[in-house]
Design a protein around this ligand. Structure first.
Ligand code: ADP
Ligand code: MG
Length: 474
């Protein structure tokens, strides 16, 4: 049974407010406009002052966003002063039984209670369990062919390929994690494309954890959790992107866990991505967290220079009409180290610039056009990032790394993290001490000295540190 008491309690008052908002919009617009655009909307949830409404198609969502967002927002504000913002999302998989229709308006003349009417309509229009309809669309650019492989992502890439090409499950789930813009979403889409091509009959579903949550909540609101469960349990390969989103969201977590277990128990493949490793997922229940790590956990490290250059070359080759010298590409690869998304952004800006002025791109031009980006990309490693990576590397909890526990298994990694913090950031000893659970600067000093000594005498530790330094792309 689904536990959703909170949502259920909220339901009645939300429903009433939503009916009033719809009524207000109905009086403000022509019948045809109202029926085409507002009537097919469904209220998904109200959270933190934001009313989340779902449109059945991307097209409708975009149109509403572009043309009517202000009016919807003010209708909400008039009817319910706890709502100050709105959000429009797409929930494919529910049939817009009264979606945009040129001759709309005819069936609408009945002077019945509008609230009742609305309730019935919403119910029939929400998620009817159509297959393959409920995933998010896939980006055609995100394929294995366009993914450049280097040291930092080779494990994740190999694992993704294996999942895509094999019918038999080898590691379940595959858990991909990394900072932003390093290729998690790209790899997941690539798995879906490749898998569909090799096994056309398999049901592959990709969606973000956020979309999973919205679909779940709306299935509760429209008392349709059975079909929600059914449809998610019937896929062969389920991929959920950015799982960290459901941290601290109790009932969604619970439901995700059931879905996850059901699929794994039936040997269906699950792929998950997040911005951190399972052990570091705070706000996720322990039993879920531990199960997430049962399969293969692959992290994508910050990019190294060769990979960045490879990516730039690949992208530049796709626009042969614009001339970009190797020197410029090398410069960008050296200077833009944050993530691939920014790297691509930089290249795109240069390409746009070159197209506009109709001259080949020079190094001076690059420096000038990208001034702001280059300034922001002086390689900064944060203490937080160091702590997370080190905890991860030594397989201990971040909380333990920051605790006052003196056990060797956590004390040594803590010293390593302090050492790296001193070496790779410009933070002072007291500042570093503060970020390590409020320790004294002498403790940090001692750690730095100790690790310096150990690097000379302890070859295993020396190797660990070299490995860690590589992970930070330095
Ligand atoms: P994440 O999901 O980890 O935040 P994305 O998968 O959205 O990152 O990647 C950000 C951008 O960088 C995308 O346009 C993606 O195609 C590109 N990208 C990331 N890694 C690579 C790679 N190894 N080769 C080619 N493109 C990449
Ligand atoms: Mg992503």
């Amino acid at each position: 049974m689904v536990t959703a008491s909170h949502e259920e309690v909220m339901e009645t008052s939300m429903e009433a407010a939503w009916s009033r908002v719809l009524e207000r919009l109905r009086t403000e617009f022509d019948d045809s406009v109202f029926n085409s655009w507002f009537k097919p909307l469904a209220l998904v949830n109200i959270e933190e002052g934001c009313a989340i409404m779902a449109a059945p198609t991307r097209f409708m969502r975009n149109w509403l966003e572009a043309n009517y967002a202000d009016r919807i927002r003010s209708a909400w504000r008039c009817e319910n002063d706890t709502v100050s913002e709105i959000k429009l999302i797409v929930l494919s998989g529910f049939t817009a039984s009264e979606g945009p229709r040129p001759a709309a308006g005819r069936e609408d003349k009945a002077p019945n209670s509008p609230q009742k009417n609305h309730r019935q309509n919403s119910k029939s229009r929400i998620i009817e369990g159509q297959e393959s309809e409920f995933g998010a669309p896939l980006d055609p650019r995100f394929t294995f062919e366009s993914f450049v492989v280097g040291k930092s992502n080779e494990l994740a890439y190999a694992a993704a390929r294996r999942v895509a090409e094999n019918k038999d499950v080898h590691f379940n789930p595959l858990f991909l994690h990394s900072g932003v813009g390093l290729g998690k979403t790209h790899l997941m889409h690539a798995i879906a494309w490749a898998n569909r091509e090799i096994f056309p009959d398999r049901r592959v579903v990709y969606l973000s954890a956020e979309q999973f949550m919205y679909q779940f909540i709306s299935s509760i609101r429209y008392k349709d959790t059975m079909s929600f469960k059914q449809k998610f349990r019937s896929v062969d390969l389920l991929m959920i992107d950015d799982l960290q989103f459901i941290a601290n969201k109790q009932s969604t977590q619970e439901e995700f866990f059931h879905t996850f277990n059901a699929l794994i128990d039936h040997s269906r493949q699950v792929v998950i991505s997040a911005d951190r490793s399972p052990t570091d997922m705070e706000g996720i229940e322990e039993r879920i967290r531990s199960r997430l790590g049962w399969g293969l956990v692959a992290d994508i490290h910050p990019t190294e220079y060769e990979l960045r250059l490879g990516i730039l070359q690949q992208k530049a080759n796709k626009v042969p009409e614009v001339e970009i010298s190797l020197q410029v590409l090398e410069f960008l690869a050296r200077r833009i180290t944050s993530n691939v998304r920014e790297l691509e952004g930089a290249l795109n800006r240069m390409i746009a610039h070159a197209t506009l002025i109709g001259r080949p791109i020079t190094l001076e031009m690059t420096q000038q056009v990208l001034q702001d980006l280059l300034r922001a990309n002086v390689r900064r490693v944060s203490i937080d990032e160091i702590q997370r990576k080190v905890a991860d590397y030594f397989n201990i909890r971040l909380a333990d790394l920051l605790s006052s526990r003196r056990a060797r298994a956590v004390a040594r990694p803590r010293q390593v993290a302090m050492y790296l913090a001193k070496k790779m950031t410009s933070k002072s000893l007291p500042e570093i001490g503060r970020q390590f659970g409020g320790r004294d600067h002498t403790t940090v000093m001692h750690a730095v000295k100790r690790i310096n000594e150990l690097r000379l005498s302890d070859s295993v530790l020396e190797e660990d540190i070299q490995h860690l330094e590589r992970m930070f792309g330095t």
